[in-house]
Design a protein around this ligand. Structure first.
Ligand SMILES: Nc1ncnc2c1ncn2[C@@H]1O[C@H](COP(=O)(O)OP(=O)(O)O)[C@@H](O)[C@H]1O
Ligand SMILES: [Mg+2]
Length: 335
């Protein structure tokens, strides 16, 4: 139709496939403007260079350790529906490690998080945590069960009360779980702000006065405040630009090293998985397609679905999309 398109995104690998020209903005200012080829292959400005070369994290998977979380033959469905959203799911997460759960939208990743946190009791199977079996329903869980499993969400915005200050938000679990008040609470809030690399001055700010990355850091601090053994991270970097996301991943890795907390890291982004995971479970339509140590899962031979998932991650080079589509067409013709 000859229509012109203005494509707004933080994903340079995607625009490398679709754009003729790229304009890079930062803090409301134009950083650089050029053809896609120039921006991708020869960025002139340091900020653009950083954007093109993110993924500075090189995380080597940890050796096996005793499991803090065991998901055993879990099947689940939503009330009023007639199909299982999770089908006989089994996986383990070693203490102090990261299990990445990957799969396309609708594969059941967030539902698995709901089952673990007790929001959706499974119809079959069980969840073992820190050597005990968790009650299927939230209401039957102990206060320690609630405290030791924390959650961080994709949309930090909607995960915080806009009328509460950062201090109030981080202070709530300190009151609720540890009965901290007054000066003791304030001191602990400041320690937590320090851990997420934010200054004391943020304690009286409201969520609307924070950047996207800072909001997510506050959500991390709120989760840490409960001294959990497990944090479920559901797409926590998906709404952030790649440099900010990189900072959040580095922070999560540093906190894991310091606190020994395990992460169940839900994502559809395989670059993130490479950066952070020790183990990987690939989910498709409520089933586990592939599961194991990171290196094994990411080393061929692949099953068809993992192959498709891996080969669908855009690379930061022009013509990548045409190449992939061509080779899929040729494979389809060959079959
Ligand atoms: N509250 C709900 N009620 C009924 N079905 C739901 C509900 N939430 C999710 N589903 C369905 O469960 C399936 C898995 O969804 P979800 O766990 O959110 O996937 P993912 O997080 O991998 O994108 C989808 O088919 C979705 O439509
Ligand atoms: Mg989800």
């Amino acid at each position: 139709t000859g229509v012109a398109a203005l494509y707004i995104t933080h994903d340079l690998a995607v625009v490398a496939q679709v754009a003729d020209d790229i304009l890079v903005l930062r803090h409301g200012k134009r950083i650089e403007h050029g053809t896609t080829e120039q921006i991708i292959t020869a960025p002139g400005e340091p900020y653009t260079q950083a954007l093109v070369s993110v993924r500075s994290i090189d995380h080597v998977e940890k050796a096996d350790a005793p499991a803090v979380l065991q998901i055993q033959n879990v099947t689940a469905r939503y009330r009023g529906t007639h199909f299982d959203v999770l089908k006989n799911i089994t996986m383990d997460l070693p203490a102090g490690q990261t299990l990445a759960v990957v799969g396309e939208s609708g594969s059941g990743k967030s539902t698995l998080a709901r089952v673990i946190t007790g929001l959706l009791p499974p119809s079959q199977g069980r969840i073992r945590f820190a050597g005990r079996e968790l009650a299927p329903a939230l209401a039957a869980r102990t206060r320690d069960d609630l405290r030791e499993v924390q959650m961080i969400y994709q949309m930090a915005d909607t995960a915080m009360n806009p009328r509460q200050t950062v201090g109030t938000i981080i202070g709530r679990p300190l009151e609720f779980y540890f009965g901290l008040r007054g000066e003791a609470k304030r001191k602990r809030i400041q320690e937590l702000l320090d851990q997420i690399e934010m200054s004391k001055g943020f304690i009286d700010r409201y969520p609307a006065e924070l950047s996207g990355g800072q909001k997510q850091r506050v959500c991390i601090a709120r989760a840490l405040a409960a001294k959990p053994k497990l944090i479920i991270c559901d797409e926590v970097t998906s709404a952030l630009d790649p440099l900010v996301a990189d900072g959040i991943l580095k922070l999560l890795l540093a906190l894991q090293a310091a606190e020994g907390v395990a992460y169940l890291f839900i994502t559809h982004d395989l670059a993130t998985v490479r950066a952070i995971a020790d183990r990987i479970a690939v989910m498709y339509r409520g089933e586990v397609r592939r599961y194991g140590q990171k290196t094994d899962v990411l080393t061929p031979p692949f099953d068809d679905y993992t192959d498709l998932l891996l080969s669908s991650v855009p690379e930061m080079k022009m013509g990548w999309l045409e190449g992939v589509l061509d080779s899929r067409r040729m494979e389809a013709a060959g079959n």
